[in-house]
Design a protein around this ligand. Structure first.
Ligand SMILES: [Zn+2]
Length: 94
């Protein structure tokens, strides 16, 4: 994590730190995969800008595997996600 960067001419944006729902570590958004629920649909948010309720998980196979095992997203989004969705997360972080 690099701090103290100067952003000449641009307003320094609020540091976008988010917490991984699996390991609870706070990381920069770029190190996390965002999963978003919008209109009842759960999907990956590649841009980080999609509206809706978001959950973050580290782009790490360890967190993805434990996410799949613990099915954290089911609880967060109060929805039963198919195994394939968790598989997709595992594949996405590899
Ligand atoms: Zn994590």
């Amino acid at each position: 994590m690099s701090q103290g960067k100067t952003a000449k001419g641009t307003a320094i944006k609020q540091i976008e730190m988010r917490r991984c729902v699996v390991c609870r570590q706070v990381r920069h958004k770029s190190e996390l995969l965002r999963v978003v629920k919008s209109n009842g649909e759960i999907s990956f948010d590649e841009t980080g800008k999609a509206p809706g309720r978001g959950a973050y998980v580290c782009k790490s196979s360890i967190c993805a595997a434990s996410l799949k095992k613990r099915r954290n997203l089911d609880k967060i989004f109060k929805i039963r996600l198919p195994n394939e969705f968790y598989d997709k997360i595992c594949a996405a972080v590899e």
